[in-house]
Design a protein around this ligand. Structure first.
Ligand code: TXA
Ligand code: MG
Length: 339
């Protein structure tokens, strides 16, 4: 299959809408990361997403909508908590897990009785949904296991020949996938951290948002994940990544001891020049939003630079930084060394 990459304009939006209505795939930008869209109601279309990504069938997809009226049929109830979070954070980088409605294809939700829904703020997503009338399922546009792409070039690198169209809408502003919160249980629970933080949601809800322990800990063997995506190896570059938790001085000293061929640093902005190994930077220390914005691109840059062993600086684990920390832990297969 030939993959076209087109700039965003009226014609390319119309083509994307036509492909979606016909049950084909379209890769497109969102404010978080690039996604691969298919009609969430059409099981044959959604199956093509799993094939293009090499994604395990038991990992459910998020359904994207452009307005609250589109929730009908996709969810079976809109709890009060969901209305409040939607009023505060939609359109935007927040996914809510809600009771599933009758119109969503089984394969979209991996057979669960819940569905993840999000209303993205990106104008291209809004335009494509409006032009097609299609609520689309869309996972991140990477091959399963790789870092999510945040621009059209990285999307093409993974998806060339696997789908007919990539819309090029420039860099994704946020850089990590949406926050996922479950509102289907007794208490709200954070399943995946993102740009919208647990603390922000607690302010709006006036109650505690529990944190799934799978966010910052490895699942025990045989344990089932509330968010199936959390159980897979993810975001991994080719190199073996280890997170070094400790001071800057100890980080520098550790790298001086471990320098060698193929050894790289993944450090904060402005630190690279002071290290004894080649370095890729990913946002200033303490700036969780800047770290999130750069992390996936930085992981892909390490691959391109030929890194074989990577020692990463450790971000904070609360607020927006939790998003980057959660992704980096998976990229490192939970290897953390105290220095
Ligand atoms: O920012 C995003 O959310 C991007 C863009 C394209 O919108 N999409 C995205 O989709 O990250 P994906 O498929 O890469 O990640 C979906 C995550 C997975 O961890 C999945 O397990 C979880 O959401 N998820 C989806 N539906 C769920 C459900 N019903 N219950 C629990 N977790 C769910
Ligand atoms: Mg993904």
């Amino acid at each position: 299959m030939q993959t076209q990459v087109l700039p965003v304009n009226e014609q390319s939006i119309a083509l994307a809408a036509q492909l979606l209505r016909r049950g084909e795939l379209v890769a497109l930008p969102t404010e978080t990361v690039y996604g691969i869209a298919a009609d969430a109601r059409n099981p044959e279309a959604v199956k093509k997403i799993f094939a293009a990504k090499g994604r395990p069938q038991d990992n459910p997809l998020i359904v994207h909508i452009a307005g609250m009226e589109m929730l009908a049929g996709i969810v079976s109830a809109v709890p009060e908590r969901a209305r409040r979070l939607a009023a505060a954070f939609w359109p935007g980088p927040l996914t809510m897990v809600l009771p599933r409605g009758p119109e969503v294809a089984d394969v979209t939700c991996a057979g669960l009785d819940t569905v993840g829904v999000r209303m993205p703020s990106h104008p291209v997503v809004q335009a494509v949904i409006r032009a097609s009338g299609v609520a689309f399922a869309a996972p991140s546009a990477n091959l399963s296991g790789k870092p999510s792409p945040t621009n059209a070039a990285d999307t093409l690198a993974d998806m060339d020949g696997r789908l007919p169209l990539i819309l090029d809408g420039g860099d994704s502003a946020v850089g990590v996938e949406s926050t996922v919160v479950s509102l289907a249980g007794e208490h709200p629970m954070l399943l995946r951290p993102g740009y919208i933080t647990r603390e922000q949601m607690e302010d709006v809800l006036g109650e505690e948002v529990l944190v799934s322990h799978a966010i910052l800990e490895k699942l025990r063997p045989g344990e089932t994940a509330r968010s199936p995506g959390m159980k897979y190896k993810h975001y991994a570059p080719k190199a073996e990544v280890t997170i070094l938790r400790g001071s800057w001085a100890h980080y520098q000293a550790y790298l001086a001891d471990h320098a060698g061929p193929g050894v790289f640093a993944l450090c904060f902005a402005g630190e690279g020049a002071r290290l004894p190994v080649p370095a890729i930077e990913y946002g200033a220390e303490g700036d969780g939003a800047a770290q999130a914005h750069r992390l996936f691109t930085a992981l892909r840059e390490l691959d391109k630079a030929g890194a074989r062993v990577v020692y990463a600086r450790c971000p904070a684990s609360s607020g927006v930084s939790m998003a980057g920390y959660n992704r980096l832990l998976r990229a490192a297969a939970f290897r953390v060394v105290e220095v």
